[in-house]
Design a protein around this ligand. Structure first.
Ligand code: ATP
Length: 254
């Protein structure tokens, strides 16, 4: 089996297991994200993709090893990991709905601010240049945003913490085709700016197109892996994830 051999690993996950009571949702998952890479995890509903990201982030208890940016996290803890440069955009976005767009963004940079970083205004301007729509709506309450705008805000808020690795959980979920395309464009832009990405997606075609390396997660186990372009040509992947049933998704995303 392949493995993602990289010069400088930023994230290394070894034998990660998560159980909900007696039900094992993740079994011995191994995964690597190299510096500057876009890595995707694709797989069907309920395969354990969200569970994987939550365990890496320390939101969920797990067994195994998570090594981020050269430090082994024996028990991953959200606050420590955020401080060290790991960001997560959760599937449910989890915005502060009664607060304005701008206040949501500022909260994303709060940890940096508390550490004495006072460059909040320039970070805000960077986010607004990436997402001009958010600038137009900066005074509006997060609850009143459209689905696509909410996703932009969730990504923008995570970027305010200046992450080295950004984990995105189904960024295209529920979004209109044009917005989906926009989100994938931004993912490529971010990599150009030096942010590494771990992307969880059900839209396999779009994810494989943008990623360098890919893992297929099925019922809690890594079933296949390889360079994204190779996996996109693998007959098993084509049949299960890129076949006629997903043609529609493909059309939506391109
Ligand atoms: P989706 O693409 O539908 O979001 P997923 O690949 O992200 O799916 P998970 O949400 O990680 O999958 O769920 C993996 C499995 O664990 C599923 O069978 C799910 O029902 C189960 N599960 C998730 N959260 C819990 C929980 N809090 N308690 C019990 N079981 C859970």
């Amino acid at each position: 089996m392949h493995s993602n051999s990289v010069n400088k690993p930023l994230l290394e996950v070894k034998d990660l297991c998560v159980a909900y009571g007696k039900v094992e949702a993740l079994t011995q998952a191994n995964l690597t994200v190299g510096e500057g890479q876009i890595v995707t995890v694709i797989g069907p509903n309920g395969a354990g993709k969200t569970t994987l990201l939550s365990a890496i982030m320390g939101v969920l208890g797990s067994e195994g090893r998570v090594c981020f940016d050269g430090t082994l996290e024996s028990v991953p803890e959200v606050e420590i990991l955020v401080g060290r440069g790991l960001g997560l955009v959760p599937e449910k976005r989890e915005l502060f709905s009664s607060m304005s767009v701008e206040d949501n963004l500022k909260l994303g940079g709060f940890m940096r601010y508390r550490k004495g970083d006072r460059y909040q205004d320039s970070s805000l301007m960077e986010i607004y240049s990436l997402f001009p729509r958010l600038l137009e709506r900066r005074k509006q309450a997060a609850a009143t945003l459209s689905g696509g705008e909410r996703q932009m805000l969730a990504v923008g808020r995570a970027l305010m913490a200046k992450p080295k690795l950004l984990m995105l959980d189904e960024p295209s979920l529920g979004l209109a085709p044009l917005i989906t395309r926009e989100i994938f464009r931004i993912i490529t832009d971010l990599r150009r700016q030096g942010v590494s990405i771990l992307l969880v997606e059900q839209n396999a075609r779009a994810a494989l197109r943008v990623a360098d390396y890919a893992y297929v997660l099925e019922t809690g186990q890594i079933a296949m892996q390889g360079p994204a372009a190779e996996l996109a040509d693998d007959p098993r992947v084509v049949e299960a994830y890129l076949g006629a049933a997903s043609k529609h998704q493909e059309m939506l995303a391109s």
